[in-house]
Ligand binder design. Sequence first.
Ligand SMILES: [Zn+2]
Length: 538
Amino acid sequence: MTRERIYLFDTTLRDGQQTPGVDFSVEDKIAISNLLDEFGIDYVEGGYPGANPTDTAFFSEKRTEKSTFVAFGMTKRAGISASNDPGLAVLLQAKSDAICFVAKSWDYHVRVALGCSNEENLEAIRESVEAARSAAKEAMVDCEHFFDGYKANPKYALACAKTAYEAGARWVVLCDTNGGTQPHEIREIVSAVIAAGIPGSSLGIHAHDDTGQAVANSLAAVEAGCRQIQGTLNGIGERCGNANLVTLIATLSLKKTYSSRFETAIDAESLTGLTALSHAFDELLNRSPNHQSPYVGASAFATKAGIHASALLKDPRTYEHVTPESVGNFRKVMVSDQGGKSNFINALKRRGIEVAKDDPKLDQLISIVKEREASGYAYEGADASFELLARRTLGTIPEFFTVEGFRVMVERRFDSHGRIKIVSEAVVKIAVDGETHMSVAEGDGPVNALDRALRKDFGKYQHEIDDLVLADFKVRILNGGTEAITRVLIESTDSSGVRWWTVGVSENIIDASFQALMDSVIYKLMKNRELAGKIAAE
Ligand SMILES: [Zn+2]
């Protein structure tokens, strides 16, 4: 049986950007569009060229290879012709393959927000779609507040959708812009739109999560006939977020009720990259992944030790609704029992560390990891620190140097022109082969000063860390109030292009940073000697 194709449309870079606290730079946008493109999403909407300098710069070139690259913008204004509308001109000139126009489809909004007549709004939709098509771009129209508009005036909402379709829009997207519509209403209204003459193969759904049903509403729309789904990575978006594409992709691919009838661009092999995609995006946002996310959360396939755990390991199918491997996630059984132990042994093996199952040092390592994770360390995101901890506990790390101490001073003062100046100065004292090396350096901030001081005199290792670059630095406060604990993650790289992550945890942000910095340097020294780094090089 041939299956019908469902098209996936990602709006992380446009609607997702509405999330409070999220603001993408051009570099972020490039990184995210690469993730989406490589993963295989059909459409990547990049933003609103002309609306702000970031989006304009982002659209100065085409940013995807396989995905259709989409610019978003308004339909032409009423009262001027399409060829004289400067906003439309910017959209047509953007280096995109497609344009997604946003159009009003509720007569109340046409009157109040646009201040034009219903007929002028239809004309704006028609002429904008035609202009995009003449510019050889795929055209689509997001019908804003479609479901509410339909409830208020079905005739006019349908007229907007039909005008877009008849003008040649590839997709007419029905938007539940305020997220209040319920699944059965979505089903009924989509069916009515199809009955009115727009085929489901040209209809899309754009759902928001204000009643926690954005995914359910998207699936209801698919059931009713829509063949394009708009959503965002991890469901980010304004207010309560958009439909979570990560969840939708897994459900469409793995649940027989959908997979027997529909297919997406994501095949079984690509699907195993889903967890990595979701986590990479959280990493970019500098937020910790939600452990309880469907399919991709760290707890999605976790079981506490006990009756379930041993039965689970005998036959996981009776306990899990899908296999964790299918989405690139892992089965997790708490580390103290046998299953956990073999997980640990496997994790170590991948790093080239062999340890016997009955080695008491292994139990020691497991309890140290548990204890440290409880106090705030996150080894999941800091592979290099995990590897160092394992090697240290199992006794295979040479003592390259010891840190005798460090001191950091931060001074806020006025310079001779009366301007405020913040100066950070660090002193680092290390011992190499029994000889003390002390260096002082200034830097842009305390961590930079520490890094500079360390590099100033590192004894015989001086040149070994010349190519070490601290690529990224992330700080997270773990619990509020005066007893807050700080976790610092450092991403490092060197001339080989390999990247590794280290972690430090302390009540003091400088100390946490210093721990992560030390792990990075030691890892680099290990790596130089081919004593470490198998995972990082993968
Ligand atoms: Zn939206």
